[in-house]
Write a protein that binds this ligand. Structure first.
Ligand SMILES: Cc1cc2nc3c(=O)[nH]c(=O)nc-3n(C[C@H](O)[C@H](O)[C@H](O)COP(=O)(O)OP(=O)(O)OC[C@H]3O[C@@H](n4cnc5c(N)ncnc54)[C@H](O)[C@@H]3O)c2cc1C
Length: 293
């Protein structure tokens, strides 16, 4: 389908973006456009005006601050996945960014667009959940800082208010989390996840702490805190020892029970639920093998 008619305006400052939104009746912010334009083409969105924020000063940078590493809303995923600081200190985000679509898409698509679109299958969301990311916004009511762990409220829905602009994402430097994002999709490169499971451990901490996040198996990407607590409690004496396989099995069962997948063209609810169990067990076992405790 052809794109509907719309007005295109480019903002140069955050204030200008907010003003443009206020002045016009039906707007959408536009970063990479890789979600917005296909949705407009399919008739699911019909903004009269799109406000391009890619050129807004200051939003195109990754910078170090006291609060943590700050990633601007206009930074493309291709920059994030190759950034040396992200790769060294937030490797889970680099890994999740790298599996979004193919390289040409990631040259345009942004991290902030990925979470604002709020697909249950958003690949970077699981990394931000595990890393306790924060979303900084500005809007008519001023500035806000929202935990990513509370940001998603349903498919395509977030805590963002009308006209509120996300300016950056903050990654607090509490710990270095390592692990792997196990993702099943129908084909590599250009398909959303059918199931995504991120299992991570902060091996700098003593005792180790665990985190598990799931994508594409519930209305929103989610953490499985009961399974994390079980691994934390039973891994305290040293994971990989006697009984650890049974603990992993119980954690996998908790994760399986805590998701609520749907059946769609990518897979059935039963398949997705079963794969959550399999991938959580696989991810946790791989962590135990990867490190000497
Ligand atoms: C072929 C193809 C393959 C894809 N594969 C994947 C995949 O494997 N994994 C995956 O997770 N996604 C995938 N996607 C979806 C998409 O590419 C990502 O979600 C991408 O990160 C969106 O970023 P963007 O900058 O293009 O967002 P945009 O399309 O510009 O925006 C997305 C939404 O966020 C809003 N928005 C953008 N910036 C802001 C802001 N600063 N403040 C407030 N609202 C804002 C927009 O108004 C819009 O509603 C794919 C898309 C395509 C077309």
């Amino acid at each position: 389908m052809p794109l509907p008619h719309f007005e295109y305006v480019a903002a140069r400052t955050v204030g200008e973006a907010l003003d443009l939104w206020r002045e016009r009746p039906a707007c959408a912010y536009f970063a990479g456009g890789t979600d917005l334009l296909p949705q407009m083409r399919l008739g699911r969105r019909a903004p009269a005006t799109i406000i391009d924020i890619k050129g807004v000063g200051g939003l195109d940078r990754i910078r170090e601050t006291e609060a943590g590493l700050v990633i601007g809303a206009a930074v493309p995923l291709a920059v994030i996945e190759t950034d040396p600081v992200v790769r060294a200190d937030f490797p889970l985000l680099a890994e999740c960014a790298r599996v979004v679509g193919a390289r040409p898409l990631r040259n345009r698509a942004t991290l902030v667009g990925n979470i604002c679109n709020a697909s249950p299958a958003a690949d970077t969301a699981v990394a931000l959940l595990v890393l306790d990311g924060l979303v900084r916004t500005v809007g008519a009511d001023g500035a806000r800082e929202l935990p990513v762990n509370e940001f998603f409220t349903g498919p395509g829905r977030t805590l963002l208010r009308p006209g509120e602009l996300v300016t950056e994402v903050v990654l607090p430097r509490a710990a270095v989390w390592r692990g792997s994002y196990l993702r099943l999709s129908r084909r590599r490169g250009m398909d959303l996840a059918t199931v995504g499971v991120l299992v991570a451990c902060s091996n700098g901490a003593s005792p180790p702490r665990y985190r598990i996040a799931l994508s594409a198996v519930a209305p929103v990407p989610l953490r499985v805190r009961d399974a994390e607590a079980l691994l934390d409690a039973e891994g305290a004496g040293g994971a990989g020892g006697h009984g650890w396989a049974a603990t992993i099995g119980r954690a996998a069962e908790i994760a399986r029970a805590s998701c609520s997948p749907i059946t769609d063209m990518r897979g059935t609810a039963e398949y997705r639920r079963d794969m959550v169990g399999v991938l959580v067990a696989r991810g946790a076992a791989a962590l135990a093998q990867a490190w000497v405790w």
